[in-house]
Design a protein around this ligand. Structure first.
Ligand code: C2E
Ligand code: CA
Ligand code: CA
Ligand code: CA
Length: 281
C-alpha cells in the first residue's frame, strides 16, 4: 500500500503548504507515515566549549518517504502540530530517543554519561496526560532519566504559567532535566522563569548568528548568560557555525554549544561510528 507518489511529496514546502489540498494530502501522508514507520531520528552532538568534547545529542525527527526524499521537520511539523499528529509522533520520538540513550550509554557512557535532548512541542505540552505518558516511556525503556533533557518552548508554557510550573515540577521528580528551547524568541515572562524548575537555557540560533557583527545580538547573548548564571542554569548556544562565534561564546562563559561548526545532525550509524573511533583512540 505504498502508493505514495514521489512527485507529490517532493513539492511539500512552506509555499505550497498554504494550499488547502496540499495540506490535506500532507495530513493523510503523515498519518500513513506514522503507521508505516517512516520516521527516523538524526542526532546532533552537543559539545563542551571550548574543548568541543561531545557531552550529548539532540534528537531531531526526519521523515523518510520510501523510495523518496528525506523530509525535514520544517516541512511537516507545523501541520503535525495543527492536526494533533505531533502528539503520537512526539511520543514515538521520546521512546526512540530513550532507547538510543540507553544503548549509547551502555556502550560509550562509562567515563561520562551522554545526554539526550528531546523536543516537546507546545501541543504535546498541553496534553492532560503528558506526565503519565512520559513516565510510562521512562519506565518501559529502562533509560537512565538523568540522561534525558526535555526541551520545551516559551510558547508552550506561557499560555498558562501556573499549570506549566505544576507539570514541569512533576517531570523533574522523574529525574529528567528541563531546557527552554529557542530562548529569547518567544515572549517569556521573566517573572515566571525563576519559578520554573529549568536546568538549561538554549540561546536561539538567531542571536548566535548575529553576534559577531551585531552588537545588539551580542548584548542579548550576554544578557541571557547573566540571567542563566544568576538562576543557576546552564546555557547551550545553538547554531554555532564559525570559530569566532565559539570563541566569543567561550569568553562570555558559555559552557555548551551546538551547531554545524561541530557537526550536523547525523544518522544513528554515523554517531555510533564516531563514538566507536573516539573510544578506540
Ligand atoms: P530546534 O529544536 O531549534 O532544532 C535545531 C535546528 O537547527 C535543527 O533543525 C538543526 O538541524 C538546526 N541546526 C543545528 N545547528 C545549526 C547550524 O549551525 N546552522 C543552522 N542553520 N541550523 C542548525 P531541524 O532538524 O530541521 O529541526 C527544525 C525544528 O523542527 C527544530 O528546531 C524543532 O523545533 C523541530 N523539531 C525537530 N525534531 C522535532 C521533534 O522530534 N519534535 C518536535 N516537537 N519538534 C521537532
Ligand atoms: Ca530543540
Ligand atoms: Ca532550538
Ligand atoms: Ca531554533
Amino acid at each position: 500500500a505504498k502508493s505514495l507518489g514521489k512527485s507529490r511529496v517532493e513539492v511539500y514546502n512552506e509555499f505550497l503548504l498554504a494550499s488547502v489540498t496540499t495540506r490535506m494530502h500532507l495530513e493523510n501522508d503523515l498519518r500513513r507515515a506514522l503507521q508505516g514507520q517512516e520516521f527516523l531520528l538524526h542526532y546532533q552532538p552537543i559539545v563542551a566549549l571550548p574543548t568541543a568534547e561531545i557531552v550529548g545529542f539532540e534528537a531531531l525527527v526526519r521523515w523518510q518517504v520510501p523510495g523518496g526524499p528525506l523530509i525535514f521537520p520544517g516541512d511537516f511539523i507545523t501541520v503535525a502540530e495543527e492536526t494533533g499528529l505531533i502528539v503520537p509522533l512526539g511520543l514515538w520520538v521520546m521512546r526512540e530517543a530513550c532507547l538510543t540513550s540507553l544503548i549509547w550509554n551502555q556502550r560509550f557512557g562509562q567515563e561520562r554519561k551522554l545526554g539526550m535532548s528531546v523536543n516537546i512541542s507546545p501541543r504535546q505540552f498541553a496534553q492532560h496526560d503528558l506526565v503519565p505518558e512520559i513516565q510510562r516511556i521512562l519506565i518501559e525503556t529502562g533509560v537512565d532519566p538523568a540522561t534525558i533533557k526535555l526541551e520545551i518552548t516559551e510558547s508552550g508554557t506561557m499560555g498558562d504559567p501556573a499549570r506549566a510550573v505544576h507539570i514541569l515540577s512533576q517531570l523533574k521528580l522523574f529525574g529528567v532535566q528541563l531546557s527552554v528551547d529557542d530562548f529569547g524568541t518567544g515572549y517569556s515572562s521573566l517573572s515566571y522563569l525563576h519559578r520554573f524548575p529549568i536546568d538549561i537555557l538554549k540561546i536561539d540560533r538567531s542571536f548566535v548568528s548575529g553576534m559577531v557583527e551585531d552588537t545588539d545580538s551580542r548584548q542579548v547573548v550576554k544578557t541571557v548568560m547573566a540571567l542563566a548564571t544568576g538562576m543557576g542554569m546552564q546555557v547551550v548556544a545553538e547554531g554555532i557555525e564559525c570559530q569566532e562565534q565559539a570563541l566569543q561564546l567561550t569568553q562570555m562563559g558559555c559552557d555548551f554549544g551546538q551547531g554545524y561548526l561541530f557537526s550536523k545532525p547525523l544518522p544513528e550509524a554515523e554517531v555510533v561510528a564516531m563514538l566507536s573511533s573516539r573510544t578506540a583512540t
